[in-house]
Write a protein that binds this ligand. Structure first.
Ligand SMILES: [Fe+2]
Length: 354
């Protein structure tokens, strides 16, 4: 299980403690940004991946926080099986678009293969993915790792990348006063809240007050298990910081979110071909959908990506929440409210997203 993931990198360990796999000469990490993220070369996914290679990958993920693997050739099942070697795959509602258990469907496709279009609820629901976040911080039991595999991509030049923010380095760069203020502070997260952050005046989201639904609590500053570095565990889902004056909490959350959005903390990963994989640690980085470029892809082209997530599997996995608290799905409640306001299958074209 991922508790074996190191708190130091292989190169930091004295030889006598090297119970970890030696660096496999075939596995190379090419940094994609000065402070985090790397593209991995030398892993042949067409053959069984040895435990030594897996351990190199886990250590690389600890150091870099986000890894890219090109043209892996993995099937959906192979992709999930590989994910299981990092830890327990988080249960997700089964997709009806493909049979593999443990894979969720962040594509822009309906079951019949048609594309999500402007005016549809899913179009508006997806807007929150354009804001930096960590996956499932709104759940009592959070995930630690997320991975995406590309299956079908929009044309080059139209966008569809995933962007990442380096929240460990952002934490390092905070002034001492803010670090002291944040120490032991508890963040309260809601999946209704991030929809409202993305589109504050969209009537369906405005009608759903996060306070009326379960919110879940995780510390704002976490120690990343893969590197032993402190990390800002912040997200668009972060509704408030417990014990703070609401206005001060709002201002602080906005300041932290804006800080991480600075270009010096951000890198962008383009999916170049089907089979490309990116895996990241949500306790080391934040991520967001990179949006359209040029003529844009949303509403026009298929973007079929699939993902697994792996539970945190550390003592902080359940945050400040009661162990065993069931997952609370916001989606069906939002759908019901939308139907109540607009009627089923109604397209909303009278809302100005900007
Ligand atoms: Fe996400």
């Amino acid at each position: 299980m991922s508790t074996t993931t190191t708190t130091t990198t292989a190169t930091d360990l004295p030889t006598a403690r090297l119970s970890l796999a030696p660096q496999q000469p075939s596995v190379k990490f090419e940094p994609v940004h000065p402070t985090f993220g790397a593209e991995v070369q030398g892993v042949d996914f067409s053959k069984p991946i040895t435990e030594d290679v897996m351990e190199n990958i886990r250590q690389g993920l600890g150091k870099y926080g986000m890894l890219v693997f090109r043209n892996t050739g993995m099937s959906d099942q192979e992709f999930v099986d590989w994910g299981g070697r990092f830890g327990e795959i988080a249960e997700v509602p089964p997709s009806r678009r493909f049979p593999t258990q443990g894979l969720s469907d962040p594509s822009n496709l309906y079951l019949d293969g048609s594309i999500v279009k402007p005016g549809e609820l899913r179009w508006f629901m997806a807007k929150e993915t354009g804001l930096f976040h960590v996956d499932t911080s709104y759940d009592a039991r959070r995930v630690r790792l997320t991975a995406i595999i590309a299956r079908q991509l929009p044309p080059p030049g139209t966008g569809g990348a995933t962007e990442f923010g380096d929240t460990r380095t952002a934490y390092d760069d905070l002034d001492e006063e803010t670090k002291q203020l944040l120490e032991d502070k508890v963040g309260v997260h809601s999946h209704f809240h991030s929809r409202r952050v993305a589109l504050p005046t969209f009537p369906t989201f405005a009608a759903l007050d996060p306070w009326d639904y379960p919110m879940h609590k995780h510390k704002v500053v976490v120690t990343h298990r893969g590197s032993n570095r402190k990390d800002l565990y912040i997200a668009s889902h972060l509704h408030h910081i417990e014990g703070m004056d609401p206005a001060e909490s709002d201002a602080l959350i906005l300041r932290l979110r804006k800080m991480v959005e600075q270009p010096k903390y951000v890198t962008k990963v383009y999916y170049k071909q089907p089979g490309d994989v990116v895996v990241w640690d949500n306790t080391a980085v934040v991520h967001r959908a990179g949006g359209g470029e040029g003529e844009g892809w949303a509403g026009k082209y298929v973007r079929d990506i699939r993902k697994w997530m792996v539970f945190d599997n550390t003592p902080e996995e359940w945050g400040m929440n009661e162990v065993g608290t069931p997952k609370h799905l916001a989606g069906p409640i939002i759908q019901a409210k939308h139907d109540e306001i607009y009627g089923k299958d109604t397209k909303v074209f009278d809302f100005d997203e900007d």
